[in-house]
Design a protein around this ligand. Structure first.
Ligand code: TRP
Length: 461
C-alpha cells in the first residue's frame, strides 16, 4: 500500500472553510431538514437538533479534521497511521472505512435528489410554475417521480458532472465551485424567506419551529435529530477527515469548525423560515416527506413577482450546493483509489461514479414505486418501505451516529493526549472542555439514544 502519496493542500484557510462549508451546506439543509422537522413535530425537534450540533457535532468535527490533518491520507489510512503512532491496534482504521462507505452510500441517493433540483431549473425557467395551483405543482412533482427514464437521466448527469469536477483535482475543481455558489445561495434563501414572511403564514411558522411541544417528540425523533446533526455537518462520512488532510498546518481547526457549523445551522433555519410560511399558507402538509421543498417553493415562485428568475436561480444554487457536497462524498473514495491502486485522479473519479450509478438505481426505483424496490420490515426502530428509506436510515441514523461515536472514542481514548493537543492549539480550559465532552458526553449520549431505540434500554417512550 502506498501511504506516501502527497495529495496537495488547500491554497488558504478560506479555501478550506469554503470547501468544508460547501460540503456541509447542501440538500441536507434545504431539502432534508425542513421535512424531517415537519415529520417530527417542529420546535422540540429543532431544540434537540441544535443541542446535537453544538454539543456533539462541533466536538466530533474537530476530532475528524484533526485526524485528517495529522494523517494526511484517505480516512482509513489516516486513522491507521495515527493508530500506529499511538501504538494501538490498526483495526481502528475501520473508523475511517465506515466513513468512506457511508459517504458512498449517501451519495447514491443524494445524486437522485440533486437530479430533481437540476430538473427543476428547467421547469422553473420554462415558466411551468407561473400561476400554477398547488395541485398542478404537486402533479409536476409526481410526474417526475413516476418516470424512471427522466430520473435516470438527471441522476446520470449529476454523477457525471461530479466525476468531472473531482477528476480535475483539488484546486481547479473544488475550490472554484464553492467560492460563488455559497454566498449566492444564502442571498437567494433570504429573498425567499422575505417573500414567504410577507405572503405566507409566518406567525404559524415561528410557533411551529420555535415553540417546543415536547409531547410531540419521540425517541426515534431524537435519533433522527442526532443523525441529522451528523449528516448536515458531513460528519462520519469521510469528508471532514479528507478535507482536513489538505489543511495547512497553521490553520486553527477549532475556529474554522465553529464557523462552518454556524453557517450550516443558519442556512438550515433560514430554509425552514422560507418553506413553512408557504406550506401553512397554502394548506400543504408539514408531514409531506421528501417532496416538501419541491412542492412548497414552486408555489411561492409561481405567485411572486419575478418568480421565474428567482425560482430558476434558486434551483441553480441548490444544484451548486448539492454538487459541492457530492464532490466531498466521493473524495475519500477517490483519494483511496489513488493511494491504493495508484490510479490517476481522473480514472479514480470515473471508477467511483460508475459504481455509484448502479447503487443509485435502488433509490431511483424506490421513488418510481417499482415492486422490486419495495421493502417491508423494521430496521433499528424504523419501518422501511423501500431501498431509499433503508439507505437513508442506515446511513443517517445508524452509520453516522456510530461512526461519530467511534471517532470520538478513537481521538479521546486511543490517541495520545499530547498529539491531540498539538493539533488543536487551544487554551487549557477550552481544550479540557472539548476533551471531556468527546471522552464522555459524546459516547454516552450517542449510546443512550441508540440503545433506547433498539430497545436494549427503555427510558421514556
Ligand atoms: N452535509 C451534506 C448536506 O447537508 C450531506 C452530507 C452527508 C455530506 N455526509 C456528507 C456531504 C459527506 C459531503 C460529504 O447536504
Amino acid at each position: 500500500m502506498s501511504t506516501n502519496v502527497d495529495h496537495g493542500q488547500w491554497s488558504s484557510r478560506l479555501a478550506f472553510i469554503l470547501a468544508a462549508t460547501g460540503s456541509a451546506v447542501g440538500l441536507g439543509n434545504v431539502w432534508k431538514f425542513p421535512y424531517i422537522m415537519g415529520e417530527n413535530g417542529g420546535g422540540a425537534f429543532v431544540i434537540v437538533y441544535l443541542v446535537c450540533i453544538f454539543a456533539i457535532g462541533i466536538p466530533v468535527m474537530m476530532a475528524e479534521v484533526l485526524i485528517g490533518r495529522r494523517g494526511r491520507l484517505s480516512p482509513g489510512n489516516s486513522v491507521r497511521a495515527l493508530a500506529l503512532e499511538a501504538k494501538a491496534n490498526t483495526k481502528w482504521s475501520l473508523v475511517g472505512w465506515v466513513g468512506l462507505i457511508a459517504g458512498f452510500l449517501i451519495l447514491s441517493f443524494y445524486a437522485v435528489i440533486a437530479g430533481w433540483a437540476i430538473s427543476y431549473i428547467f421547469e422553473s425557467a420554462a415558466g411551468n410554475f407561473v400561476g400554477a395551483s398547488p395541485e398542478k405543482i404537486q402533479n409536476i412533482f409526481n410526474e417526475l417521480q413516476t418516470d424512471p427514464s427522466t430520473l435516470i437521466m438527471w441522476t446520470s448527469i449529476v454523477l457525471a458532472v461530479t466525476g468531472l469536477i473531482v477528476g480535475k483535482g483539488l484546486k481547479n475543481g473544488l475550490e472554484r465551485a464553492v467560492t460563488y455558489a455559497m454566498p449566492t445561495m444564502f442571498v437567494l434563501l433570504l429573498v425567499i424567506a422575505g417573500y414567504a414572511a410577507l405572503n405566507g403564514d409566518f406567525a404559524k411558522t415561528i410557533e411551529f419551529m420555535f415553540y417546543p411541544d415536547f409531547s410531540k417528540l419521540t425517541f426515534s425523533g431524537v435519533l433522527i435529530a442526532l443523525g441529522h446533526a451528523f449528516f448536515t455537518l458531513s460528519l462520519a462520512s469521510g469528508a471532514m477527515m479528507i478535507y482536513g488532510a489538505y489543511l495547512p498546518q497553521k490553520t486553527s481547526i477549532s475556529q474554522s469548525v465553529v464557523a462552518i457549523a454556524i453557517a450550516d445551522t443558519v442556512i438550515a433555519l433560514i430554509a425552514g423560515l422560507a418553506i413553512y410560511p408557504i406550506v401553512f399558507g397554502n394548506g400543504l402538509e408539514a408531514t409531506a416527506g421528501p417532496g416538501l421543498v419541491f412542492v412548497s417553493l414552486p408555489i411561492a415562485f409561481g405567485q411572486m413577482w419575478g418568480g421565474i428568475v428567482f425560482g430558476t436561480l434558486f434551483f441553480v444554487m441548490l444544484g451548486f450546493a448539492a454538487f459541492t457536497s457530492a464532490i466531498a462524498m466521493v473524495e475519500s473514495a477517490v483519494a483511496w483509489l489513488v493511494e491504493r491502486l495508484a490510479f490517476s485522479r481522473g480514472k479514480a473519479a470515473f471508477t467511483a461514479v460508475i459504481s455509484l450509478w448502479f447503487v443509485s438505481m435502488l433509490t431511483v426505483f424506490s421513488f418510481t414505486g417499482a415492486e422490486w424496490a419495495k421493502l417491508d420490515f423494521v430496521f433499528v426502530g424504523k419501518h422501511v418501505s423501500n431501498y431509499f428509506e433503508l439507505i437513508d436510515h442506515l446511513t443517517a441514523d445508524v452509520l453516522l451516529p456510530l461512526g461519530g461515536l467511534a471517532t470520538a472514542v478513537f481521538v479521546a481514548w486511543i490517541m495520545q493526549k499530547e498529539a491531540v493537543k498539538q493539533e488543536l492549539n487551544l487554551s487549557e480550559g477550552l481544550f479540557n472542555l472539548w476533551y471531556v465532552t468527546l471522552r464522555w458526553f459524546t459516547p454516552v449520549a450517542v449510546l443512550f439514544v441508540f440503545l433506547n431505540l433498539i430497545g436494549l434500554m427503555s427510558f421514556g417512550s
